[in-house]
Design a protein around this ligand. Structure first.
Ligand code: 4NP
Length: 153
């Protein structure tokens, strides 16, 4: 069975492209690439068509993950039926997604929900913010992968 997962932040240039790339790499390492469709999007429209922020590209590359091929897009109405799981980086993304879901079938959740932790917006931060975001995304991605694989195995 193929599961689809959409990672969502505000701009789709910093956090969610990193989450998409890191989760894809975790899935690959687990030998489960054929079992997942993975994408990312932003709630905002400012960066549609842009590549990831150079700071996200850099931190991903530091950990062996290539996210240079991604292009930002905005969340669309059909995402709420197309994806099995939609993963928000922070509470603001979560609120936005819940208010747009309009009865869609996707399960909408925070990346880190037990205990609740928000992946903070690093856009205006320094290099430490990107390191911190990477570590949170990696930990959250590992937990998400084990939750999703337990659920369907
Ligand atoms: P992201 O970061 O949501 O992690 O992609 C941001 C990127 C751009 C903006 C805000 C957050 N912006 O306001 O342009």
């Amino acid at each position: 069975m193929v599961q689809s997962v959409l990672f969502v932040c505000l701009g789709n240039i910093c956090r969610s492209p990193l989450a998409e790339g890191v989760f894809r790499s975790l899935v690959f390492e687990a030998g489960r690439s054929g079992e997942f469709e993975i994408d990312s999007a932003g709630t905002g429209a400012w960066h549609i068509g842009d590549p990831p922020d150079p700071r996200s590209i850099e931190i991903a590359a530091k950990y062996g993950v290539d996210i240079t091929g991604q292009k930002a897009r905005q969340v669309s109405d059909d995402d709420f039926d197309r994806f099995d799981t939609i993963v928000a980086m922070d509470r603001s993304n979560l609120t936005n997604l819940n208010s747009r879901s309009n009865g869609g079938t996707a399960h909408i959740r925070l990346l880190l929900d037990d205990p609740v932790q928000e992946v903070p917006d690093p856009y205006c931060g320094g290099p430490d913010s990107f390191e911190n975001v990477y570590q949170m995304i990696r930990a959250g991605g590992q937990r998400l992968l084990s939750t999703l694989t337990d659920q369907y195995s």
